[in-house]
Design a protein around this ligand. Sequence first.
Ligand code: IMP
Ligand code: MG
Length: 187
Amino acid sequence: MPPSPSFPLPQGVDRILFDAETIARRVGELGAAITGDFLGKPLTVVAILQGGALFMADLIRRIHLPLQIQSISVASYHGGTTSSGTVTFLQNGLPDVSGRHVLLVDDVLDTGRTLHAIRHRLASECLPLSISLAVLLSKRIDRPVPIEAQYVGFEIDGEFVVGYGLDYAGDYRNLPFVGTLSPSILP
Ligand code: IMP
Ligand code: MG
């Protein structure tokens, strides 16, 4: 589908993988599944900032349950296109989720190190009843850590993508679609 005239394909993006309509439809399906799974349970949805913010904002409006929201801010890329392997927590405290079911929401599961580290800290320091993971995208790669998302929007190959929360060096997060970067702008 061509980009809407009000949002032309920005410089550096060469292909749309998932347009806004396709994303919205899939987010609705995930919301319905989550609604069924957490009926009657105290639920806190935790966005992983910055990338998970857009997905969470849309997803929680498709979860028809009382819920609370929180966020955790981490950095794992430090500006490039490959995971640095270290996860830096950019805030002092962690959200209070004791006695609650937690749904961690992020843009993409790549190596899995980010969500693995966050899940480990929450589980050991915050006493949640359970921790589940929702990601818009999951890359089909061998991951160096054991991690699986219960709710996955779309599976993609190992390519680097931007838009709908995903950035390259801080840019492109506000695109309403997910697309690939042209090789010419990558290092
Ligand atoms: P992981 O720890 O390797 O799974 O990396 C997860 C984080 O890296 C995500 O939260 C994203 O911020 C970032 N990331 C991984 N793949 C991509 C991509 O293709 N585009 C933009 N950011 C990505
Ligand atoms: Mg990122």
